[in-house]
Design a protein. Structure first.
Length: 402
């Protein structure tokens, strides 16, 4: 077990990402952890209250050191603003990496938590190369495939250039962790790396415990079947097609509930303005993780979707494990590995992404289930989760790798 660990991540507490839990695992195992991250601004695009260049940019608590580097915020997450956000943080990490190298700060292991953008991996690779430190890359977002999938790049030349950079950086890492078997195949084909491990997502401990507040209440229509979505309301989820389905197919005993923020939320509310006025659709702002089980307890089904790009056919959305851990039946508009997990667990209904006809057929089938049917599906998912994805399993795997 490495005693001093340097963590590179685009996001860290108070932003909600799995790296927060991983750092706690490492600290509890006795390690000293130094986290490099940016000022928290995801997903709202504004620096969190109480944080800034001169506010909590450096924190030290016992064995944990956190360095929050300056950046230009995401703002409203336009392509231009995201590019500036990515570039500004990249520059900050480069300068801080140089500082670590020149000041001869040594670590036993470098752990890189890669969510977009990929630049965080480049900065960490420089430190690994210059200090000859062992590196572990937790690869959650394949570049350049992600950029292509969300429409940021279309040029084959740019795609090949970024792919070449990615290939070169992989060689600096002793181990690469991936969240799906399909990702593993892609990386092995791309880099012929000898040590790529399957490391699937898990649900937060609060979701595993799934304790609800008996006093929690919200004015949902108790007579309607409630389909709920929680998390990022962005472009990757294919919500434009869902809006068309909701508008074109009025179902009297159905209510859609969307909890969260994201780049597509304002547009989605515009598209569904009539349905919102009729309370067929309800939008709720982002909620604290601690209260999420109480919200989800009100749902009959949890909704999950990704658009039909090649990348997302190889992706398992992290919220799938969360929904399963809380014992809720799932309505999913996904393909690939996520579809296989739901089918294997027998915990919900699945539709091909962006196919309205198949989705409506699936929805009607789901709405015919009774309360006991839904409880059984939820129990199937929860049991499958603890057999394959639990915190206990992932913590043991990671600590052994470190």
């Amino acid at each position: 077990m490495a005693k001093k660990i340097l963590v590179y991540t685009n996001h860290f507490d108070p932003e909600h990402f799995k790296i927060n839990e991983v750092v706690n695992w490492l600290l509890n195992s006795g390690a000293h952890v130094h986290v490099i991250t940016g000022l928290p601004n995801y997903p709202e695009g504004k620096i969190y209250s109480g944080y800034g260049i001169f506010k909590k940019s450096y924190e030290k608590k016992q064995k944990l050191t956190v360095r929050r580097l300056p950046l230009i915020t995401r703002g409203r997450a336009s392509k231009f603003r995201l590019s500036i956000n990515y570039l500004s943080y990249f520059i900050s990490t480069i300068f801080y990496t140089i500082y670590l190298i020149l000041s001869k700060q040594k670590f036993d292991k470098v752990l890189v938590h890669h969510t977009s953008p990929f630049f965080i991996v480049v900065s960490a690779s420089i430190y690994i190369k210059m200090t000859k430190t062992k590196g572990l890359l937790w690869e959650l977002d394949l570049w350049p495939e992600t950029l292509k999938a969300v429409g940021i790049i279309s040029s084959k030349m740019v795609f090949k250039l970024i792919e070449k950079i990615v290939k070169k950086t992989y060689k600096y890492y002793d181990t690469i962790l991936v969240g799906s078997y399909n990702f593993k195949s892609i990386i092995l084909e791309r880099s012929r790396h000898s040590n790529v491990k399957y490391f699937p997502n898990w649900a937060e401990e609060i979701l595993e415990i799934n304790k609800t507040d008996p006093s929690f209440n919200f004015d949902f229509d108790v007579k309607k079947i409630k389909i709920m979505y929680t998390g990022n309301i962005g472009f990757a989820q294919g919500f434009d097609k869902l809006c068309e389905i909701i508008k074109e197919n009025k179902i009297n005993n159905l209510q859609w509930i969307f909890i969260g923020e994201g780049r597509f939320k304002s547009r989605m509310k515009e598209l569904l303005s009539v349905q919102i006025a009729n309370k067929e659709v309800v939008f709720i702002s982002k909620q604290k993780l601690e209260i999420l089980p109480s919200w989800i307890a009100k749902a009959d089904f949890m909704y999950l979707s990704l658009n039909n790009s090649e990348l997302f056919r190889n992706t398992v959305p992290a919220k799938l494990q969360g929904y399963m851990a809380m014992g809720k039946p799932i309505l999913a508009s996904i393909s690939g590995e996520g579809k296989k997990i739901i089918s294997s667990a027998n915990c919900g209904f699945i539709s091909q992404p962006e196919n309205k006809k198949i989705f409506i057929s699936m929805l009607k089938k789901a709405l015919k289930t009774n309360h006991q049917d839904r409880i059984k599906l939820g129990e199937n998912g929860r049991n499958y989760y603890f057999q394959n994805f639990s915190i206990k399993l992932r913590k043991k795997q990671l600590i052994n790798l470190i």
